[in-house]
Design a protein. Sequence first.
Length: 76
Amino acid sequence: MKELIEFIAKQLVEHPDDVQVDMEENEGAQSYSLRVHEDDMGRVIGKSGRTAKAIRTLVSSSAAKSNVRATLEIVD
């Protein structure tokens, strides 16, 4: 899952070396946090949050196949 998030984010940003994904596991749920260069935040979030919502949908769908609950947070 972490690799999927990194791959998607690196394709969207201008500074792919600054993409960082961290994971925490809490009571059967996985929580991912995505950090990107401050200049790339708009690219990852997208217009009205559409890109971020699409990435979160992919993460949730992929996690559901593994019977796991996953969330994605985009942080500064």
